[in-house]
Design a protein. Sequence first.
Lengths: 480, 445
Amino acid sequence: MADQVRPEEFFQERYGVSAGALERVLGSALARHADDGDLYFEFCTTEALSLEEGQVKKANKDVSQGVGVRVVAGEKTGYAYTDDVTLTTLESAARTAGHIASGGGSEQAVAVRSSRPERDLYALPASALETPLPTKIALLEAVDKAARAADPRIKNVFASLAIEEKLVMIATADGRLVSDVQPLARLNVTCIAEDENGRQQGTYGGGGRQAFSFFLDGDRHLRFAREAARQAVLNLDAVDAPAGETTVVLGPGWPGILLHEAIGHGLEGDFNRKGTSAFASLLGQRVASELCTVIDDGTIPNRRGSLNVDDEGTPTSRTVLIEKGILRGYMQDRLNARLMGVAPTGNGRRESYASAPMPRMTNTFMLAGDSAPEDILRSVDRGIYAVSFGGGQVDITSGKFVFSASEAYLIEHGKVTRPVKGATLIGNGPDVLTRISMVGHDLQLDEGIGTCGKNGQSVPVGVGLPTIRIDGLTVGGTRA
Amino acid sequence: MESTLAAVLDRAARAGAVAADAVMVESSAFAAGVRLGEIEKLTDARERRIGLRVFVGSSSAIAATADLSPAGLERFAADTVGLARVTAADPVAGLPERAALATDRPDLDLWDEAATAPNPDDALAKARTAEGAALAVDPRLSNSEGAEFSQDASTIAYASSLGFAGSYRRSSFHLGVEPVATADGGMQRDFWYARSRHLAALEDPAAIGKRAAARTLRRLGARRVKTQEAPVIFESTVAVSLLGHLAGAVTGQSLYRGTSFLLGRLGDTIASPLMTVVDDGRLARGHGSRPFDAEGLPTRRNVVVDQGVLRSYLLDSYSARRLDLTSTGNAARSIGDAPSASPTNFYLEAGAHTPEEIIASVERGLLVTELIGFGVNPVTGDYSRGAAGLWIEHGEVVHPVEEITIAGNLLDMFRDIEMVGNDLEFRGAMAAPTLKIRTLTIAGV
């Protein structure tokens, strides 16, 4: 391991906030009748390079820092944050946040003991921030060349490399001082293809909590470039997508966004505690065919959605959401776990110090089944085979969700035939997984591109899926 | 703030920048949320950040920081200059022409002092009143995602090595409520909100609650419809999203990059003659108003689409040079990013018809009240999104609809606008009245 940054020392040195001061501030925040609370310190460095027209003309560096003070009493949350971190602003934030709790009480320091996460899911040989800029620029230039070389119809290439390193330190009401260094890197490629009929774009990318060398391993960066180019060119020949309900086969990997939208959000603790999720009160009931076992796992090494500890200091875990079709569990943060009388699952996440945590997904995927992917395709007389998607969204209360295909094909008589234009697929969360009639043995996790938005907060997530067959999903094409 | 900006520009120059500009934002925010009548959340925030862009030769770099100590700024300026030394030269890059800089500082009435002094009791009362009014409308409104009142105050300062220095203040107040209704085993949510630059101008909380209740109740009992082609009315709340797609297609960066379906269409008829779209950066109290843009150029009124003809793009200096045009005063920038073109107050001018008249004109079709998902291809204009709304038969709403998609192509959709409502109302920087599109593909069962 390279020189390891020690967040505790870093924060103490930078802000001059000693362990004793932390204990007093936490005590002041929790002085009234509080049930829980924490101090969340963050120092985040982001570096982004972007290439267009063959050159890296744009470079950004962003250093953000701040602290969020949270006090929880019953269902109430008081939250104060500032990016001007001094003992004075901390004390003021603690008092502000503490107002949420009622009643008097004495200010007693909360003793905190340091604990390092028990494991390191992203111990890297070197921080990607340390890789010299010319090396990174050369990578983007190689991506550009590979994409252009892939097909003469590629007219423009946009490539970007974004690297983030987040130092966090969390002091919790139950006396733990947890710190973590969270790296994150992502390479994105978009190609514009043009022929006499028009223009199209293709996008591909990936990353994770990885070192820079990840992108060079097996020429991963060039593969991303060729994939983006292939998708752009392919879409030039796409025909109109059909409209209406049809059989849909989803390819492995990123199409796992189905799980994220159809059931993932609906199984977050907050919506279920409040009874506003379409899945509220379905625990123990059948919500999927018995071929389906769905997991949320924040402990997979180096994945984009993984964390040593969540943003409340709870170690992340592997949570079985659906087991052989039966709804088994929700994803919880501390507040909702306490109110629902269950254990937190390490899913309390926040975008930054400027946001209170809430239950969020980490890496959400379906376990492999035993069908061969080619048998699944062969079983379909008429339908759609979708292998790549843009974003998705869900109305957790009605349960209706969408996700938009960016690479899809017609299936005719068991064969994959023509590419179709992008189309949105819509379904009903509590119902869609009951229509899964075949599950492939080819589980794949996505390449590491997912970002999930909830209540205005974005966090990195992962998804995964084997090839599956869904007997009836509405495809939003234009060919009625 | 202006002295901090001057200091950072000076340090950048000494580190070797031939030109530079910097933006600084100081803001405070407060929010109070209630759910089922009880306090759920109180948030209080303070932030202060600075963003710097430097040019070394014709190479540039951008950086942002919250560390405003003298030593921090020194290092920050030097690091940014260092970053610029490794990027490729771009002869088109640079600050705007000095002669184009704004010389006036119009008072656009964007500031209410109340924004700096949150009143938690009043905020909670407003949120409680809004939620209470919503839930009182009907016993089927038995649950809630809560109501939230929020306010923020910010000062934005900008300075450049051309000698420009200016600042302005903006305040914003917001109240929203999201009730949940249950009937016959089905559950629905919807919301309503108000937003204003002045606290006293914020709509009555009870009225917001009642409107949220009505929007939620009308979704109960929603069902699917058959796959078909039919006329589609976009309620004003969702018509705004079509303007968003238009805005994306007329901003400079999407044009010079070739990612816009409106590439090369300036001067062409791209929409129905009923469609006139304006971008006006100087609307009094506007949510997108600013006295000067993110490069110090005066904001102004640009007619983007005039009775169906594409008259103007929205440009910053860089995209304007790339396209051989001049900036339209639309530069915007987030603290850590380079300026790029962005709409200000962007709206579709009102038409002649009431929303009721538009509904009455449809023999059999859909009124869309909510859209979900991201199924819009900016390069081709291909459009496919998840929808919920109300079904119309013989000019009357007959039942709510859900789990359907609507699909078409934005160019066809703009061309096929048959009626435009008179209900233009600003609840954000973009606004559109109700509009009717001749036909779209609806996918259902």
